[in-house]
Write a protein that binds this ligand. Sequence first.
Ligand code: G3H
Ligand code: ZN
Length: 276
Amino acid sequence: MLVTLKEMCTEAASTNKVVPSFNVFGYEDAKVIIEVAEELNAPVILMSNKDAVAHMDLKYSASLYRSMALETKVPVCIHLDHGQDFELCAKAIQAGYTSVMYDGSQLPLEENMKNTIEIVKMAHACGISVEAEIGSVGYSDPNIKAKRIYTEPEEAKLFAEKTGVDALAVAVGTLHRMTEQAAVLQYDRLEAIQNITSIPLVIHGSTGLTDEDLVKLTAYSIGKINLGTALRMTFGNTLRDEMNANPKEFDRIKFFKQPMIEVKKVVKEKYQLLGW
Ligand code: G3H
Ligand code: ZN
């Protein structure tokens, strides 16, 4: 069943659950994520990031994930992650995504707000949800040039009210692409933001969160947390082991089996920590 981000996140933010939102790169990871959600009777968010969009045209990924979503009873949201501009967000909506993130986090506040308002207008006219980012989460990878700016609660309030976004990503201590669970979350800042806003909040870079943080976050007004690196590491490292252990094998379907099993375990673990 296909749903928008708004319905999914609003419900999660008001309960002791958070929806894990996973970066997916095709059939293999989407399949095991949906399987876990079915086992736990939980909602699913499948996200296409910049690398995924560069690898496979949005119209193909939308068709694939939409047909998978229509085959399952659990709610599935298909989300464009970190959309850089109006055109890409429009393209994702046209292709069949049910939610887009516009990421204007590297721009000055006024410009981020102005662009977000335009995208919200267009997306809402199509019945599609919008997530945006205030402050900037930043990257642990020094090769990626992005600012790290903690979210100011007052700016988050202004941004949410002015733009009408459905979910708001905030920078409270995580960084994208951490390979260890070593983020130091600023709970005071998070609390201050949630006390003066009324929309579901989103945490990016959640691979860096400890298991304890994941459990703790279920008590906050968080709609979704984004996870990418944890799954990519699991898939890639398992694939490497499989190839080293089977040097004569060349069939990729066989090589994908164990990585899918291992990714499924990680997905299940994250869902359970998040209250499912
Ligand atoms: O938008 C995607 C996420 O924020 C993923 O972050 O790869 O550090 O888990 P992560
Ligand atoms: Zn992110």
